[in-house]
Write a protein that binds this ligand. Structure first.
Ligand SMILES: Nc1ncnc2c1ncn2[C@@H]1O[C@H](COP(=O)(O)OP(=O)(O)O)[C@@H](O)[C@H]1O
Ligand SMILES: Cc1cn([C@H]2C[C@H](O)[C@@H](COP(=O)(O)O)O2)c(=O)[nH]c1=O
Ligand SMILES: [Zn+2]
Length: 191
């Protein structure tokens, strides 16, 4: 389990950092993001939470996990909108980061350089097993990367692929268990 690091003050200034929570669909990324954000709220830290506005799968504003835990967020169309809305906060949460434009990498760096804790959740691979959008770059610049795993619905092993059950070649296709399932390497390759 991820425990919040105790970060000191470098040269008189509070230091920020980036945490990435990645994995397949159903692996618990959103639950883990919500857990960390709720703990920051309990610590009375000022928290701002964002998601890309295209993510309307369960709710147009809230971030909602497959297990129906939820937290209020601000949907944004582009990564640079986040900078405009975070001047006063200490902690920034971002879900579904794979859908953001490449500018999210610079935004995350700027937030951390400005002393903020940045917690980012997103799919590391698409349904073809290819790294998804800005996620590889975000994982590279993060101080902390947590890879969480689902359970393969075919064999019960650990899963890190999101298998698409319907024919669609588009990289972006919103969906849940009607259109995707978690699979291990063996069952993903078997198709
Ligand atoms: N195959 C699966 N493996 C693990 N959890 C699953 C699976 N299918 C459904 N779930 C549910 O999904 C929850 C995780 O949801 P969520 O945090 O939204 O995942 P993610 O954001 O990674 O898609 C689990 O707590 C569990 O209740
Ligand atoms: C694999 C894959 C997924 N998506 C979509 C499907 C869902 O709407 C989100 C992932 O949500 P989760 O919180 O990780 O369950 O992404 C997609 O558009 N393309 C894909 O290849
Ligand atoms: Zn399997």
């Amino acid at each position: 389990m991820f425990i919040e690091p105790k970060r000191g003050r470098g040269q008189g200034q509070k230091t920020g950092w980036i945490e990435v929570v990645c994995g397949s669909m159903f692996s618990g990324k959103t639950e883990e993001l919500i857990r960390r954000l709720n703990r920051a709220k309990i610590a009375k830290q000022q928290v701002e939470i964002f998601k890309p506005s295209i993510d309307v799968r369960y709710h147009d504003i809230d971030i909602v996990s497959h297990n129906q835990t939820s937290i209020r967020s601000t949907p944004v169309n582009a990564s640079d909108e986040i900078l405009l809305m975070t001047s006063d906060c200490e902690v920034v949460g971002i879900d579904e980061a794979q859908f953001f434009d490449a500018g999210i990498v610079e935004v995350a760096n700027k937030l951390a350089e400005n002393g903020k804790r940045v917690i980012i959740a997103g799919l590391d691979m698409d349904s073809k097993g290819v790294p998804f959008g800005p996620m590889p770059a975000l994982m590279a610049i993060a101080e902390y990367v947590t890879k969480v795993h689902a359970i393969c619905v075919v064999c019960g092993d650990i899963a890190h692929y999101s298998y698409r059950k319907v024919p669609n070649e588009q990289q972006v296709m919103l969906g849940e268990s009607d259109t995707y399932e978690a699979r291990c390497r063996k069952c993903f390759i078997a198709g």
